[in-house]
Design a protein around this ligand. Structure first.
Ligand SMILES: [Zn+2]
Ligand SMILES: [Zn+2]
Length: 390
């Protein structure tokens, strides 16, 4: 930890208790009934105006002081993953096969800490909208809250979200203007050939050989048709047949995932994939069926809000612990959908480089680092007091 003692230190043990409780009882997307009930109850205890059931299991808390029209939105995600936890510590998951392996338990606890502090002793003039979002992992929760009128019913001139990041030193911050996280698209390709005896391939149309050509050709899209200085990736993750050893099947299904930073690149990938599938199948006398779905938008920070977040982070963590031009990351985050409607910034907070905090996200041995709860909450309160200054 860095610098002077945080004014949020007195909330550290409360945040840690909330965090361990959420960790013990993880809930997956749109099933966060227990979590959202606890969040709503605490916000109400702190004196906030509470709105439950926003986009399913989402909760919004509104805190207003003074009479300024200015407002800010702070977002935390609440959902867990379908992973069997391997940790043996006291707060390990009690829900078989489910786990907080992405630290959303910590994000929720930090934002609750900030809400309590701001309600009790926050010095600001305006409205803070606390957004507790369900179902981030599937990329559906942000859209569900927006479809339920999030930005029509609640005010937010700009929005901010924070995610812990293993490998980044404990309590340091990183952000960048522009694309910080990739968009995620999924695809399914069905190659319809003609099944035959394994010993008589000339009597059929072998979809396995055609699908293999397609897998290889898809790898030429990024390496041969995309500017080497730009970032994108195409991964075929499943190659499915009905699996009889001495029979060439009728069809093969390929599934997979692509990442890029959206826009022309996303269109280029989709169109080129489709052309390769259709062309390769047609060259071999098979039929190709191509489905492509856009799951997550790219997370694109606005320049001004990124500079605001960086300046606040420098004040509380020290300039040497803030990287305001960090590298983009090819994983995805559904806060990107919210950033399509509001200016804002997605911020990374270091979960630690070694030891328990250094274990990667979505790993069965991962745990959120309790040492960053107070600095994360302090960031939120400092951001509010800076942006809604009296
Ligand atoms: Zn995750
Ligand atoms: Zn996450």
């Amino acid at each position: 930890m860095h610098g002077k003692p945080s004014p949020l230190n007195d909330l550290q043990s409360a945040m840690k208790n909330w965090r361990h409780d959420f960790h013990r009882y993880p809930e997956q997307g749109f099933e966060e009934h227990r979590t959202s009930k606890i969040v709503a109850g605490l916000l109400s205890d702190f004196g906030l105006e509470v709105h439950k059931g926003v986009g399913g299991t989402g909760v919004v808390g509104v805190l207003q002081k003074g009479d300024s029209e200015k407002s800010i939105g702070l977002r935390a995600d609440m959902d867990a993953l379908q992973i069997t936890e391997q940790n043996m510590f006291e707060h390990r998951s009690q829900h078989e096969g489910q786990m907080h392996a992405c630290g959303h338990d910590g994000h929720t606890a930090m934002l609750l800490g900030a809400a309590q502090h701001l309600a009790k002793s926050g010095n600001f003039d305006g409205t803070v909208t606390f957004i507790f979002q369900p179902a981030e992992e599937h990329g559906k929760g942000a859209l569900a809250m927006m479809d339920d009128g999030l930005f029509e019913r609640f005010s937010a001139d700009a929005i901010y979200a924070m995610h812990n990041f293993p490998s980044l030193p404990t309590g340091s911050f990183a952000m960048k203007p522009g694309p910080i996280m990739a968009c995620e698209d999924n695809f399914e390709i069905r190659i319809e050939g003609k099944g035959t005896h394994a010993a008589l391939p000339h009597r059929g149309v072998d979809p396995i050989v055609i699908a293999s050509e397609i897998v290889m050709a898809l790898q030429s899209i990024v390496s041969r048709t995309v500017d080497p200085m730009s970032c994108s990736v195409i991964s075929v993750t499943e190659f499915l047949t009905d699996g009889a050893r001495n029979i060439l099947p009728n069809e093969v299904i390929l599934k997979g995932d692509t990442r890029s930073f959206g826009g022309d690149m996303q269109n280029h990938i989709e169109q080129t994939m489709e052309r390769i599938v259709t062309g390769t199948c047609s060259a071999h006398g098979a039929r190709g069926h191509f489905q492509y779905s856009r799951e997550f938008a790219a997370t694109i920070n606005t320049r001004q809000e990124t500079e605001i977040a960086a300046e606040v982070a420098r004040k509380i963590a020290g300039p040497e612990h803030v990287d305001a031009a960090c590298a983009s990351i090819m994983t995805s985050e559904d806060f990107g959908f919210m950033l399509q409607h509001k200016p804002g910034c997605y911020i990374l907070i270091g979960n630690g480089g070694e030891g328990p905090g250094g274990c990667g996200l979505h790993n069965p041995s991962y745990d959120f680092n309790d040492d960053i709860l107070s600095i994360g909450a302090e960031f939120w309160t400092a951001l509010v007091e800076d942006q809604l200054a009296v």
